[in-house]
Write a protein that binds this ligand. Structure first.
Ligand SMILES: C[S@@+](CC[C@H](N)C(=O)[O-])C[C@H]1O[C@@H](n2cnc3c(N)ncnc32)[C@H](O)[C@@H]1O
Length: 356
């Protein structure tokens, strides 16, 4: 039996480190199919299976778990500690799984398990591809964590896009709007000022929660519903909405036609869509920097229009807008204004489509 240990120094005070690690673990475990009920009487479950039970819990100091043996193994429980210790520059967080290994098999098996299940994933996570994917997800493709919540709670650089989308949608109180990939719900907040009803989806649990908080009153009043879902499989019946919006997501979609066809499916006949494009001119600029840029797909006007047609929309056109005036109006800092300037015949692309 061995002790398995991993440790890192975080530049956070111990209490903040504890709260942050608990929240991040909850999100990360949920993605892996495990549920972590936090607190002194908390537990970790995987489907119906109890995996671990909290035996100690002190904010700022750490927590311990009794780790139950696998149901087929006759072994004893093992113990996991997450210990936090104030050090120069922050807090050392150390996760130890004590007494681990007997269930794995013989000594060589433990070496295989450690290499394959611990060391290799750790090395891969710190190699460029996986790190680039993580950064892309964390900041934009599937935002999560405190920094993303701050950014998407008030996405000032997106307000110029929102301006055009709202102008083109020209919402009325009788509209029922769908927003696909709503992030923190800032566009919804503005859209709801029209008096319309709305529903939205995003596949980041953090963003769904933030969008609900941002629009608490509308949710309580039954004017808005925000669900965790994939844009490629919208959880709504055919012909539900009068209009739809999508912004800041097209370039991340592996199958954009499928998503646009889903939007078309849930629109009523005559329903309209306004979607921000993914402009090739932005590649490598601060609007689409590496490592995000090389993980995005970009579309020129013809390609963007083709996506709308392939999805089955009856009327499709692409407009280009100079966003600089809206950026000024939104208070975008002067150093960034050039990013929004349309230039000669240019400007940000928006896909306008209507269901027949
Ligand atoms: C760059 S953010 C834009 C958020 C928001 N629309 C805005 O403009 O502030 C991209 C969002 O799309 C979501 N997203 C990306 N792919 C998605 C998918 N396939 N299904 C649902 N949401 C998706 C992400 O979780 C994230 O919230």
């Amino acid at each position: 039996m061995a002790d398995l240990q991993v440790s890192i120094v975080l530049s956070l005070a111990p209490r903040t480190a504890f709260d942050t690690l608990v929240a991040e673990l909850q999100t990360a475990l949920a993605r892996l199919g495990l549920s972590f009920e936090a607190g002194p009487k908390g537990r970790i479950t995987e489907g119906p299976q109890a995996v671990g039970s909290v035996t100690a819990w002190t904010r700022g100091k750490g927590l311990s778990l009794e780790w139950h043996p696998a149901p087929w193994a006759s072994g004893k429980s093992t113990a996991i500690d997450l210990k936090l210790r104030a050090v120069k520059g922050g807090t050392r967080a150390t996760l130890t799984h004590r007494g681990w290994g007997a269930a794995v098999g013989g000594k060589a098996e433990l070496a295989g398990w450690f290499a394959g299940e611990v060391a290799a994933p750790l090395l891969r996570a710190t190699a460029p591809n996986a790190l680039g994917d993580w950064i892309t997800d964390r900041r934009a493709r599937r935002p999560a964590g405190a920094e993303a919540r701050k950014t998407y709670g008030d996405p000032i650089f997106h307000y110029p896009n929102f301006h055009v989308i709202l102008e083109e949608l020209a919402l009325r109180p009788e509209d029922f709007l769908l927003e696909v990939a709503c992030g923190g719900g800032a566009l919804l907040q503005r859209a709801l000022e029209s008096g319309c009803r709305a529903a939205a989806i995003d596949y980041s649990a953090d963003m769904v929660q933030l969008a609900q908080e941002t629009n608490r009153d509308a949710v309580a009043a039954g004017r808005l519903e925000v669900r965790e879902a994939d844009a490629a499989a919208l959880p709504f019946a055919d012909a539900t909405f009068t209009c739809a919006a999508m912004t800041g997501v097209l370039g991340f979609l592996p199958d954009p036609v499928r998503v646009l066809a889903e939007i078309r499916r849930v629109l009523k006949s005559g329903g309209r869509l306004v979607a921000l494009g993914a402009d090739p001119e932005l590649k490598g600029t601060p609007a689409a920097p590496e490592p995000i840029a090389s993980r995005l797909r970009f579309y020129d006007s013809a390609a963007l229009e083709t996506l709308g047609r392939q999805a089955g929309f009856a009327e499709v056109r692409v407009i280009r807008r100079d966003l600089e005036p809206y950026a000024r109006e939104a208070g975008v800092p002067a150093y960034a204004l050039a990013l929004f300037a349309g230039g000669k015949g240019g400007g940000a692309r928006f896909l306008l489509a209507r269901k027949g």
